[in-house]
Write a protein that binds this ligand. Structure first.
Ligand code: ZN
Length: 353
């Protein structure tokens, strides 16, 4: 039986010796050259001594052998062992340790990611932790803001927050949505990874009702719920870049997000993602008890204005705007206006302070 190479220290002498590791029925067998069994570590007793880090050997210990340390230099050895000892990959510490959240289980993630890339069976987004998404999203927003402060008119912020909270509650998801309004005279909105949504002031200025804004907001929230922005970012940056940024922690992720922020803001999703987001938006509005007509009215208005020079990138492709308006109308539910008059006035003035 071919074993895997490793180095073992029994804790009594300083140096470690070369051993062969064999995958036994119940545990990892540590065998000396010449075939002498040193010890067997039950699979469930294995644990990591320190955080995994690329280029650094992996060190394992066993609760059955408090002094022993096993050093594994060859990633293939770990690949062989960790399916038998799932706790090695799954380090879900309830308390995030300093600097630990990003390095946690990187090796396992890379292994899983590689497998997924090879098989193409599972959505890569499924393995990106939400803490990474949040940092990426902050970078994207910072990039688009280009140093501008988000609009902060107090009653406008409160109105937007209550509308967001209402839609978020209707979604039933635990996503911490953060909606930023940026003072740009462009009729656009987009979602960034990690629950960040950006509305540009031009959208608030041009909208003819709060229901239009609520429709657009619900549409972007639907993208977030489907994790479309993260999926797009991974497609753009490559998973490798996201994972290596993650190794540097939040600041590197923010930088990575910023580097591609402009791209994220202008990327359009594919037709099925847009259709799904439109449908989900109407569901969210209806579940929140709001009238859903605003989304169709927004599309209608854009279609009327399409002779104008600006067309948001996420509307410039597919599906055609009239079709989106029609679909939104077919699903229409009645309900309350998205905001009362004072709140709508406050929201429109959110950047005028
Ligand atoms: Zn969209």
């Amino acid at each position: 039986v071919a074993g895997y190479p490793g180095r073992f220290s029994d804790g009594r002498v300083a140096t470690s010796r070369v051993v062969e590791l064999r995958l036994g029925a119940t545990g990892l067998e540590i065998v000396e050259p010449g075939d002498a069994l040193v010890t067997t570590w039950p699979y469930e007793s294995l644990r990591r001594v320190d955080e995994p880090y690329p280029g650094r050997p992996l060190r394992l210990a066993s609760s059955s052998d408090p002094e022993g340390r096993l050093t594994i230099d060859d990633p293939l050895t770990f690949e062989a062992i960790h399916p038998l000892a799932s706790q090695l990959a799954d380090r879900t510490d309830p308390e995030p340790r300093r600097g630990g959240w990003h390095g946690t289980a990187i090796g396992a993630l890379l292994a899983v990611a590689l497998g997924l890339v090879l098989c193409r069976t599972v959505d890569l987004v499924a393995i990106v932790p939400s803490s990474w998404e949040n940092a990426l999203g902050r970078g994207v927003v910072a990039q688009v803001a280009e140093g501008r402060e988000p609009c902060a008119g107090r009653s406008g912020v409160a109105a937007l927050q209550s509308l967001t909270d209402r839609l978020a509650a209707a979604s039933g998801a635990e996503v911490p949505f953060v909606v930023h309004v940026l003072p740009l005279d462009v009729q656009n909105a987009f979602a960034a990874p990690g629950g960040h949504i950006v509305l540009l002031e031009g959208l608030l200025d041009q909208a003819t009702s709060p229901d239009e804004v609520a429709g657009v907001l619900a549409h972007e929230m639907a993208h977030v719920l489907e994790r479309d922005p993260t999926r797009n970012l991974i497609r753009t940056l490559g998973l490798q870049a996201v994972l290596s940024a993650a190794l540097g922690g939040a600041p590197d992720l923010v930088r990575a997000g910023a580097e591609f922020g402009g791209t994220v803001a202008t990327l359009s999703y594919n037709r099925s993602a847009e259709e799904a987001a439109d449908a989900r938006a109407v569901e969210l509005l209806a579940a929140a008890g709001l009238r859903t007509g605003g989304l169709a009215e927004f599309f209608d208005r854009l279609e009327r204005e399409s002779g104008s020079d600006f067309r948001p990138p996420w509307l410039s492709s597919h599906p055609p705007t009239p079709l989106r308006a029609q679909l939104a109308r077919e699903r229409r539910h009645d309900g309350a206006p998205a905001l009362d008059d004072p709140s709508w006035i406050a929201l429109r003035a959110i950047c005028k302070h």
